[in-house]
Design a protein around this ligand. Structure first.
Ligand SMILES: Nc1nc2c(ncn2[C@@H]2O[C@H](COP(=O)(O)OP(=O)(O)OP(=O)(O)O)[C@@H](O)[C@H]2O)c(=O)[nH]1
Length: 398
């Protein structure tokens, strides 16, 4: 059995499979989950973003800035909820990554716009930016590059906005910048690790599935080989009848049953007359054809419960359960007649095809198939000596 040992390369920076087809397969496998998780995260994040309007009121009162902030929050929350709905319904993550990026950029813009309207609460907003960045990386699933660009935009936009509108000192700017860099690095590394682990898990699962598929194929192949071997062992290759060993097995079982059920059991030994001269005159191919035809006659003319085997060369053996000597005689005569009237192959005119059949009947308590076969064989040779083309009944069966 061939084993699968494929190394699935995952890119160190994007956390994606190097192999395009595998990456597509992976994305396809998680698409429903990503859609649901993106949708849920967006709804949660945008609602929390909207709820900050309460703190805006607390800080600004019913001022112009407050109304501007509330309007901005309503726009951001509405757009995000709308996009969450679209993503939930149609947001195919592999083909429409931009659709997943859009609400993040809208949220980031909303957070950046808070700075000019509420510059005095800059340090609370720094915390909000850190939390939002982590949320981008960790709540929005499996979109490392999308999360990275949205987070960088948020960090840089916030920093520029803070410098322009909150007029912070250079050292404070540096402190905030370092904090945001650290947040981005931690968020990026955490998501990258997660993406790589998930893909490795996926690759292992796929490998296991492939192995199982191979195993099933191998089992099917072995079963078919077994069946072929059984066929070779049980069937005679030329005639398709039972092989000698298989006949013995089946006939023994039948003989045992007949003994237990106390029903008669007959056995035929059939031998083609002058078969050597058939071979010598028409060749072995024609000889083989004759054997096949005789096998067909036996199979067609006997009952399905009778077991027919090729005993060797031009000799056949038949086990007939539940068959009295009288019935056995009738069946053998019919068989002999059918062989004699077999339509012959072109070019075989002049051949008088015949068989000699020796019949032996099992004694009431007899369980020894070999001795029954010996008796039928001896009877067959009596038939041969008596001129061939005849049915001969073993003396002790009469
Ligand atoms: N074509 C062919 N010939 C076979 C096969 N098996 C055995 N033979 C031949 O069958 C012939 C049997 O010949 P003999 O045992 O002398 O018997 P016979 O010629 O039928 O003579 P009697 O049985 O006395 O009538 C031999 O020549 C074998 O080579 C076979 O599978 N195909």
């Amino acid at each position: 059995m061939s084993s699968l040992k494929t190394q699935h390369h995952v890119h160190w920076f994007t956390g994606q499979f190097g192999e395009h087809s595998r990456e597509s397969m992976y994305r396809k496998s998680i698409k429903t989950r990503v859609r649901f998780e993106s949708c849920l995260s967006l709804v949660l994040v945008s609602l929390i973003f909207g709820m900050f309007a309460i703190t805006d009121y607390h800080l600004l009162g019913l001022s112009r800035e407050y109304y501007l902030l509330v309007t901005m929050r309503i726009v951001v929350v509405s757009l995000c909820l709308f996009l969450a709905f679209i993503i939930g319904r149609w947001g195919c993550y592999s083909r429409k990554a931009w659709l997943h990026a859009l609400p993040l950029w809208i949220l980031a813009t909303g957070i950046i716009l808070i700075v000019p309207l509420r510059p005095e609460s800059l340090f609370t907003q720094v915390t909000a930016v850190v939390v939002a960045t982590m949320a981008f990386y960790l709540l929005i699933p499996n979109l490392l590059i999308v999360a990275m660009f949205a987070s960088l935009y948020l960090s840089m936009g916030f920093l520029v906005s803070a410098v322009l509108f909150a007029e912070i000192a250079p050292v404070v700017t540096l402190r905030i910048a370092l904090l945001l860099i650290m947040t981005n690095v931690v968020g990026f590394c955490a998501l990258l690790r997660l993406e790589i682990l998930q893909r490795k898990q996926f690759a292992l699962l796929q490998e296991e599935r492939d192995q199982n598929r191979l195993l099933l194929k191998e089992i099917a192949h072995r079963k078919s080989l077994e069946a072929q071997l059984r066929m070779v062992a049980e069937r005679d290759a030329l005639t398709g009848l039972d092989s000698r060993s298989h006949f013995m097995k089946r006939a023994k079982a039948l003989l045992q049953r007949s003994r237990l059920e106390k029903v008669p059991f007959s056995l035929f030994m059939i031998d083609v007359d002058h078969f050597k001269s058939i071979n010598d005159t028409w060749g072995h191919t024609h000889g083989d054809w004759v054997l096949t035809k005789i096998a067909e006659v036996c199979a067609q003319s006997l009952r399905p419960t009778d077991v027919i085997g090729r005993f060797g060369g031009e000799e056949f053996v038949v086990a007939l359960p539940d068959t009295s000597p009288k019935d056995a005689q009738i069946v053998a005569e019919r068989l002999k007649k059918e062989v004699a009237t077999l339509p012959l192959k072109e070019g075989m005119s002049g051949l008088c095809l015949s068989v000699t059949i020796g019949i032996a009947l099992a004694h009431p308590e007899e369980g020894d198939l070999e001795s029954l076969i010996t008796r039928a064989d001896q009877t067959l040779y009596v038939g041969k000596r008596n001129g061939r083309n005849r049915v001969e009944m073993s003396r002790d069966s009469c």
